[in-house]
Ligand binder design. Sequence first.
Ligand SMILES: C[S@@+](CC[C@H](N)C(=O)[O-])C[C@H]1O[C@@H](n2cnc3c(N)ncnc32)[C@H](O)[C@@H]1O
Length: 203
Amino acid sequence: MGLLKSFFTNCANPQGRMGRAMLRFMNFGHAPLTNWGLSLIGIHDGWTMLDIGCGGGATLKRLLKLSNNALVYGIDISQESVAKARKVNARALGKQVFVSQGSAEKLPYEDKQFDLVTAVETVYFWPNLPGCLQEVGRVLKPGGKFAILVEVIEGDSVWTKVVDGMTAYSPEQLKKLLDEAGFVDTEIHRKKPSYAAIIGVKP
Ligand SMILES: C[S@@+](CC[C@H](N)C(=O)[O-])C[C@H]1O[C@@H](n2cnc3c(N)ncnc32)[C@H](O)[C@@H]1O
């Protein structure tokens, strides 16, 4: 595998040494998008929240800071991500932060468990996105929010050429998919250079 392909593939599913380096980088590199996106949500104290594709766990830490007495769950398909997210949240682990390995396709949570589900820079990699959105809807409480945060990439970018199974969605496509999955009041927010937040509500 070429170095470039290996680098990009470690964004989709971090593995080994390069995966660990990528997770460290993403915990810092995704901070501006994540801080902006989370500021749009209006997070309340005492919320139960889930971050899907939690990577190195920086978003879990942020969610915990934004809500007193919160419970924050993270899930990621990569064992390396789970290990890093647990390390980064070691102090609250098992008390307020819970990290599992698994896929957005089949979430190991009860129906109507969460006030908020977030997905930062990850939906491009989810197989069968419509099916995953049904799962997100299932685990959200009525009135709960789903926030997709992305850097908008073009369909013919180097990313989708190099990463197998990666799909570039426009914010409008993501909104349409949320509408079709039954979410309501879905809004698209944008910020330069290429940030987008697509936030919908479970009716
Ligand atoms: C680009 S990284 C973003 C990580 C983190 N959200 C952040 O902002 O730093 C994408 C993450 O999504 C995870 N991922 C990919 N496909 C997934 C799936 N089907 N279910 C759950 N996580 C997935 C990857 O393992 C990786 O950790």
